[in-house]
Design a protein around this ligand. Structure first.
Ligand code: BJ8
Length: 382
């Protein structure tokens, strides 16, 4: 059984343990592919016999290295990821045989050009919208281009049969993860948002997919039992919060723990640190490349214009998770989420009649006090 740090205070420990695991995989000749985004069709990477590892930086530490090449006024996730790469502080980057990126935001796509000077990088060109004809065809071509790049680099043949198998496996993993995230629908919730976020990110460094599933299944079972035994039928006075916006792994302490320490429960994540990618499965009855194209094109990130699926998801989730307020986290200089936040605010306050707070922040500690004050002010009025 997979071991995760008991108190979930040790994301860094899980990350360090993962170094040895990825090294062992490399010694066995298993290829490693570094990825950055929810648009990555991970099934293709698995079908090539490789493991995928997220290289998204969540630490402030390497940012000063990145700022030697990148502007200060850039998203901290991009700077942290790049800083890890150039300072050789990230064994996952070091062991990656190939990096797969997508042309999502401007910062990421230009950063990939620089990464390409130190590692082989394959960039998938993401359409800017999601229409079923032009965007679908364009993205489908990009999936085929990735498939061919993986076949060439790793000297393998990705057959439809292997791909179908990987689609099934990944769908099963999605269902297991979705069940875990949906513990937040229980009222009172038996799990904190910080635990959900930290567990999922720590699991990403474990690589043994069966053990990951076993761990999540077991934890979900334990927490459902805890709910039945201790919480069912009780009422909590803590407001229920939905987090939306940018990925939040890099601001877990500053934002997530502050919200929970201030007396609210984070019960849902409508972002890439949450259910966004897990809510729809890949259609197993279709041609595998068509099905993967459809699935990944529909990811509801603000880099898409327009981005209606995000609002559909918010609509559904605010009701299903019995949300009292929405907090949007925008990483500094993330223009797409920052601009879309105006529509999100209108949607949440006018259509759903719920309070909304937008926190624009980075990975530094300079605004800890200000975030504390704003979060407390919101929670007091709930
Ligand atoms: S699908 S959220 S993982 S792009 S926060 S680097 S957008 S400037 S991380 Fe993302 Fe894929 Fe979208 Fe998800 Fe740029 Fe914004 Fe930074 Fe971002």
């Amino acid at each position: 059984m997979l071991k995760l740090p008991e108190n979930f205070e040790n994301y860094e420990e899980a990350r360090r343990e993962g170094f040895l695991k990825v090294k062992a995989l490399k010694e066995k000749g298993v290829p490693v592919v570094g990825i950055f985004c929810t648009y990555t069709p991970i099934e293709l990477i698995h079908a090539a016999g490789a493991v995928a590892v997220s290289l998204c930086g969540t630490s402030e530490e390497p940012i000063h290295y990145a700022e030697k090449h990148l502007p200060k006024n850039l998203c901290p996730l991009i700077k942290s990821s790049y800083g890890f790469a150039i300072s050789e502080q990230c064994p996952y980057f070091y062991f990656s045989d190939l990096i797969v990126g997508e042309t999502t935001c401007d910062g990421k796509k230009k950063m990939y050009e620089l990464l390409g000077e130190i590692k082989p990088v394959h960039v998938m060109h993401l359409p800017q919208g999601q229409d079923k004809k032009h965007a679908f065809e364009y993205w489908r071509e990009e999936l085929i281009r990735l498939k061919e790049a993986l076949e060439d680099r790793f000297n393998v043949k990705i057959t439809d049969e292997i791909l179908r198998e990987e689609i099934k496996k990944r769908n099963r993993e999605r269902k297991i993860l979705l069940d875990y995230y949906e513990l937040g629908k229980l009222n009172p919730s038996p799990i904190t948002g910080s635990e959900i976020n930290e567990t999922i990110e720590a699991l990403g460094f474990q690589f043994d997919r069966k053990a990951q599933c076993d761990f999540i299944l077991e934890r979900t079972r334990e927490l459902k039992e805890k709910y039945d035994r201790e919480l069912k039928g009780t009422k909590s006075s803590r407001p229920r919060i939905l987090i939306t916006g940018c990925p939040v792994g890099g601001v877990r302490d500053k934002v997530l723990r502050t919200i929970e320490d201030s007396g609210a429960d984070i019960v849902a994540f409508e972002n890439c640190s949450g259910v966004r990618e897990k809510m729809t499965l890949v259609d197993e009855s279709k041609d595998p490349i068509d099905a993967l194209t459809e699935k990944y094109l529909n990811v509801s990130c603000s880099v898409m214009t327009p981005n209606p699926r995000r609002f559909e998801a918010l609509d559904e989730m605010i009701d299903e998770y019995e949300i009292d307020a929405v907090i949007e986290v925008v990483l500094q200089a993330c223009h797409t989420f920052n601009i879309e936040s105006h529509k999100v605010k209108r949607f949440v306050t006018e259509k759903k009649k719920k309070p909304y707070l937008c926190l624009e922040t980075d990975y530094s500690k300079t605004d800890v006090g200000q975030i504390n004050t704003r979060v407390n002010a919101l929670i007091e009025m709930l």
